[in-house]
Design a protein around this ligand. Structure first.
Ligand SMILES: Nc1ncnc2c1ncn2[C@@H]1O[C@H](COP(=O)(O)OP(=O)(O)OP(=O)(O)O)[C@@H](O)[C@H]1O
Ligand SMILES: [Mg+2]
Length: 395
């Protein structure tokens, strides 16, 4: 057994690392698991009904811990979380999604649906919103890709792109969307739509909408209402069902800069999900989608890192089947994204909207790559980064 800071490695067969919580502080809300909140490396805290609490550690992956919870601890924690979210526990409520006072996301499954006892999963959020430069510095993308996404997010002031951020569970979609949102011009009116509030966008002109069970207001109802709110940007936390068609209707009726996250393993699968039930978007509507940005956890140089693995566009249609153009692809040997050389449609659209030649887009892209490079060295916080980006954008 070797000591790795707080985490101890058990060398037995099939065993997980043990995360040894040394300082057990108990607060009113979360009891003894509150100790896990002070370690920024812990991404997820899980209790499966029996046994010890498990955590997902950024470096060591899934770990068992030396903390166990009694059923009284678990019931108390759930009651407080449900009450904090303004809800009441009842026999008809067996599934619960909500937030904790620090903004973390909590999911609870109650017996008898959870066969071994109440299952709790907490997605911990970093105390600070990561900037695009934090993501560059941690290897999610390089400076050029970051500058390209900046140009697409603000559309150089004329033609912001419609983008889906796609990837597997916990691949970093929401974190990427939050970070890139800092490229949206500060004067934009943003409306966000979510089941559980996870989007963190430091704007003054933002309306945050959340679904509700009682009265029943779902994502699709919120999206259709949003169209009457004069939004400059519509951002959907997680696209899952009928709201996807409304989102594509918005894109097709001239709303630009619409964005959302979606669960899928590659760009082709993203399209398949969008055009099939329950989303059921007619494939002809896909022409309004400018980019699919894929993100995944990959082993890069022996380290599990979140990376953008692909940036694709809907290039056209062959017999109603959308053709995907991959403009950036992940080079496994170099461990980074590289430009494929396929001409980008959004580059052409932004250039046309700005009344300039595509070569001017390339010049601005190079200039912005330099700006990002400098900002990444300065390691600014969110407000410093936003100010610098708005100044560099010039609008
Ligand atoms: N680039 C990153 N560097 C460090 N931590 C990250 C990074 N991206 C994401 N994380 C952390 O990983 C966890 C999952 O990230 P996130 O919520 O963005 O994933 P997701 O793909 O949106 O997940 P879900 O599928 O559940 O919606 C969070 O704790 C987040 O803080
Ligand atoms: Mg997410």
């Amino acid at each position: 057994m070797s000591d790795l800071g707080n985490a101890l490695v058990y060398k037995g067969v099939n065993s997980l690392m043990l995360y040894n919580l040394k300082e057990v502080i108990s607060d009113d809300f979360l009891g003894i698991i509150s100790g896990f909140f002070s370690d920024d490396n812990i991404e997820e805290i899980m209790h499966d009904g029996v046994g010890c609490v498990k955590v997902y550690h950024a470096q060591f992956g899934m770990c068992e811990t030396n903390v166990t919870l009694s059923s009284t601890d678990v019931d108390g924690m759930i009651s407080k979380a449900v009450a904090f979210n303004g809800k009441v526990l009842s026999d008809s409520m067996r599934l619960f999604d909500g937030t904790l006072p620090d903004g973390s996301r909590i999911n609870v499954v109650l017996p008898p649906v959870a066969v071994n006892g109440s299952a709790i999963t907490i997605r911990k959020f970093k105390k600070h919103v990561m900037t695009a430069c934090d993501l560059v510095n941690s290897g999610v993308m390089n400076q050029e890709v970051c500058a390209f996404l900046w140009c697409c997010l603000d559309g150089l002031g004329h033609r912001p792109a419609n983008i889906l951020f796609s990837g597997g569970t916990s691949s970093g979609k929401t974190t990427l969307l939050n970070a890139l949102s800092l490229f949206i011009p500060f004067k934009s009116r943003i409306v966000t739509i979510e089941d559980t509030p996870e989007l963190r966008m430091p704007f003054s002109n933002i309306v945050r909408l959340e679904t509700s069970f009682e009265p029943l207001i779902d994502m699709d109802m919120l999206l259709r209402n949003t169209l009457r709110m004069r939004p400059d940007r519509i951002v959907v936390g997680e696209v899952r069902g009928a709201e996807c068609k409304s989102l594509f209707t918005a894109m097709n009726t001239g709303h630009q800069g619409c964005m959302g996250t979606i669960h899928a393993n590659d760009a082709r699968e993203t399209i398949e999900k969008v055009v099939n039930p329950p989303m059921d978007v007619p494939s002809v509507m896909l022409k309004a989608l400018d980019l699919i940005v894929m993100v995944a956890r990959k082993n890069v140089g022996g380290k599990i890192t979140r990376v953008i693995t692909e940036i694709s566009e809907v290039g056209g249609f062959e017999n109603d089947v959308p053709r995907l153009n991959t403009i950036y692809t992940f080079d496994a040997n170099k461990g980074e994204l590289r430009r494929t050389g396929v001409p980008s449609k959004i580059r052409a659209k932004i250039s046309e909207a700005c009344g300039m030649a595509p070569a001017d887009f390339d010049r601005i892209l190079r200039e912005r790559t330099g700006v990002i490079d400098n900002l990444c060295r300065l390691r600014l916080d969110v407000s410093g980064f936003k100010k610098a980006v708005d100044e560099a954008s010039g609008f």
